[in-house]
Design a protein around this ligand. Structure first.
Ligand code: SF4
Length: 68
């Protein structure tokens, strides 16, 4: 359950580092669609902070980074 005062976090996809594993899509399929080659379409992802942290931690190519 998400508290109303929790501010979403923005994470950025490093398209050079991304190797198209699709883990991000598997975790958040509606928010992170993939293109026809299996790479995430959005360059920035807005997510609940806990979800954003999980996405960053589980990306096998370390291609997801928090914005400042
Ligand atoms: S999990 Fe990481 S490497 Fe895999 S598609 Fe998503 S951003 Fe790219």
């Amino acid at each position: 359950m998400r508290a109303d005062n929790v501010r979403p976090t923005i994470i950025r996809v490093d398209r050079i580092a991304c190797s198209g594993h699709g883990v991000c899509h598997a975790l958040e399929p509606e928010q992170i669609p993939l293109d026809e080659w299996g790479y995430p379409i959005p360059s920035e992802i807005i997510a609940d902070p806990n979800i954003a942290e999980t996405l960053v931690r589980l990306c096998p190519a370390a291609a997801l980074r928090h914005t400042t």
